[in-house]
Ligand binder design. Structure first.
Ligand SMILES: *Cc1c(COP(=O)(O)O)cnc(C)c1O
Length: 399
């Protein structure tokens, strides 16, 4: 038996395979430098161009570039008038910010357990969480696999709920041939460093209703009635007006410069991840103890933001696997530790693990391996070989 690196053995890889490393090329660097030299480094013409190009890509109008996806989710709740005494439904298996924003407006997040197949919230459990206080639903499309849009559509219509897509994983995701923001009232995308395309930090809020869109634009920049670059443009001097106390959520032209160039490559990068995912799926058939979550092309097209594995063998510890992989020079991640098990939410709402059996179980069994425009067939081979080596080691030790 080969000794694992954690026990002093040698790792197959020389260099560390970083999890979620962005692919930044020369043209992106040039565009950022050109922005710095242009004189407009904050919100300006590049932000406008990025919004237009993004809108073209998703096929939906009314895009507002922001400094994060979190800001977009929060704004969507504010624009919907959601606050004290309201309840908002979301999944327990998501990043903290999907629920934090609900707290920020003074409403109560109500968590739904997940499905074992794709880790999205179980659409069949949503109705049992609805009461007279329920105002909105935030759907997360885990790893870039769309939730069941047909089921969610029926529920939001029946109970007259605001529907917000946390589309942080879902830029390329489609349902019935349409991008995810085609559905729902709001969608918020993320361009954080590890996301499918990046502006280092950044987000895009899509607002369906034209009036809310106008208000959202104003609220995203101090609640003043004109963008700064318009104020000082050649159109002549115009006074600005504070319409309501807004927020400081605008994107900069430096970020947009990155975004414009990244967006040009989005389909090429998707194809790379599609190939990587297929390699993983193919190679994982060699391993009995681990399987990938479901990435299906039925009515949906996955974005492959994450490639998530489930450990199906109870004698294998997920945390040991991740630690041992680190020693094999393989970076991994957890998406996510469920929110009903996080200190703040668990204590504030007295949440019981037994209310969320699937997420409680899988929260301890899942880990994500690198998938991205940087990843090569050799990297996939290294990941698979390292996992096999570690399983072999653990099994021999148990016997
Ligand atoms: C990354 C992420 C966010 C937050 O995105 P930011 O742009 O960092 O605010 C929200 N929800 C999910 C599911 C995410 O993965």
């Amino acid at each position: 038996m080969e000794k694992i690196a954690l026990e002093g053995g040698k790792s197959q890889r020389e260099s560390f395979l970083v999890f979620g490393k962005p692919r930044i090329e020369e043209d992106e660097i040039e565009e950022v430098v050109a922005t710095l030299k242009s004189g407009w480094i904050s919100t300006g013409p590049r932000v406008k161009k990025f919004e237009e190009k993004f809108s073209e890509y998703i096929g939906v109008k009314n895009c507002i570039a922001l400094n994060s996806c979190t800001a977009g989710l929060f704004l969507a709740l504010v624009l919907s008038g959601i606050g004290n005494n309201d309840e908002v439904i979301t999944t327990t298996l998501t990043f903290a910010s999907s629920a934090n924003v609900i707290e920020h407006v003074g409403a109560k997040p109500v968590f739904v357990d997940i499905k074992e197949s794709d880790l999205n919230f179980d659409e069949d459990l949503i109705e049992s969480k609805i009461n007279e206080r329920t105002r909105a639903l935030i759907s997360v499309h885990m790893a870039g696999n769309s939730c069941n849009i047909e089921k969610v559509s029926k529920i939001v219509k029946r109970y007259n709920l605001v529907w917000i897509n946390d589309a942080a994983h879902a830029i390329e995701t489609e349902w019935d041939g349409k991008k995810i923001s085609y559905y729902g009232d709001f969608s918020s995308y993320s361009f954080y460093a590890t996301k499918n395309i990046t502006t280092a930090e950044g987000g895009m809020l899509v607002v369906k209703d034209d009036k809310s869109y106008g208000r959202g634009r104003i609220l995203s920049l101090h609640g003043i009635s004109r963008d700064a670059w318009k104020r000082y443009s050649s159109e002549g001097f115009k006074h600005y007006e504070v319409i309501e106390p807004g927020f400081k959520y605008n994107m900069t032209d430096i970020q947009a410069a990155l975004g414009i160039k990244q967006l040009e490559k989005i389909e090429r990068y998707w194809k790379i991840r599609d190939e990587i995912a297929k390699m993983y799926i193919n190679r994982l058939s060699e391993i009995d103890e681990i399987e990938p979550i479901e990435y299906s092309f039925d009515r949906r097209k996955p974005s492959y933001h994450l490639f998530i594995l489930k450990i199906t063998d109870d004698s294998l510890s997920r945390d040991f696997m991740m630690e041992a992989l680190k020693y094999e020079n393989i970076g991994t991640g957890i998406h996510y530790l469920p929110l009903h098990m996080q200190k703040y939410y668990k204590e504030k709402y007295s949440l019981k693990e037994s209310e969320f059996p699937v997420a409680t179980k899988l929260g301890k069994k899942i880990f994500s391996v690198p998938i991205g425009a940087n990843i090569t067939e050799k990297d996939v081979d290294d990941v698979i070989c390292a996992i096999k080596k570690i399983i072999c080691f653990v099994k021999k030790k148990i016997l």
